[in-house]
Design a protein around this ligand. Structure first.
Ligand code: ADP
Ligand code: MG
Length: 215
């Protein structure tokens, strides 16, 4: 079961890993966008690290915690990534409203709810060289692992592998959504920064599971 201690550890791991990758994410965005993706995500992550203790104290259930994180991302991240990554957490929170625990199927379902939300507000789908090209393959890989009865850690490991494959795939396609679409065919050959952040996030969920989830 996923409980509050795991969720908090995972969120902190996620924020720290994003901060560690700030320069790399900026560099990736510099090649096909305006070079601010790392700055945007790291800024919100620093605020999250600072505010996590307060969020833990005042928010009881998993849904409310995820909602708070989503609100931070929406209000603190500039550019298009704010509403997009914010929506991922807001929808994941909605899917867990009032829940104190989440099982592994619930974890995959809430990622799916988040991905659908991003797709809706981004008016985007797979194959457009965005964060969704890491998110949807990760979810599919996790669903497959669930179907064959894998445990949490294996489900998350499958998610990491799926996200990584998706990130690699973004190098081969042209951007048709977001700022990178402005450079058309010249976006081919470059890795999408938002997809890279998704891989970092899912890897953080996996890393925290190694420590906090026992099966
Ligand atoms: P901005 O593009 O406003 O500078 P960021 O650089 O922070 O914002 O984020 C860029 C990332 O956002 C892209 O790498 C891509 O993954 C994601 N993105 C952009 N537009 C969309 C969209 N319509 N749907 C899904 N993801 C998108
Ligand atoms: Mg940018």
């Amino acid at each position: 079961m996923i409980r509050k201690d795991y969720l908090i550890a995972a969120l902190e791991q996620m924020a720290r890993d994003i901060i560690d990758h700030e320069e790399e994410l900026n560099r990736l965005d510099n090649a096909i966008g305006d070079g601010d993706h790392g700055t945007n995500m790291a800024r919100a992550s620093r605020i999250l690290v600072m505010e996590l203790p307060e969020i833990v104290d005042t928010r009881e259930d998993l849904g409310a915690i995820l909602h708070q994180v989503g609100m931070r991302f929406v209000s603190e991240i500039g550019g298009s990534a704010g509403p997009l990554f914010g929506t991922l957490f807001l929808r994941a929170g909605m899917a867990n409203r009032g829940n104190d625990t989440m099982d592994k199927a619930g974890l995959v379902m809430c990622l799916e709810a988040g991905a659908m939300g991003v797709s809706q507000i981004g008016m985007s789908t797979e194959g457009e060289k965005t964060m969704l090209d890491a998110l949807f393959p990760a979810i599919r890989a996790m669903q497959k692992a669930l179907e064959v009865g894998k445990g949490y850690k294996e489900v998350l490991a499958a998610g990491v592998a799926g996200a990584h494959e998706g990130v690699e795939y973004t190098k081969t396609i042209q951007a048709t959504k977001g700022r990178a679409s402005y450079i058309g065919e010249r976006s081919i050959g470059h890795q999408d920064p938002g997809a890279t952040t998704i891989e970092i996030i899912i890897r953080a969920l996996y890393k925290a599971a190694l420590e906090y989830i026992r099966e």
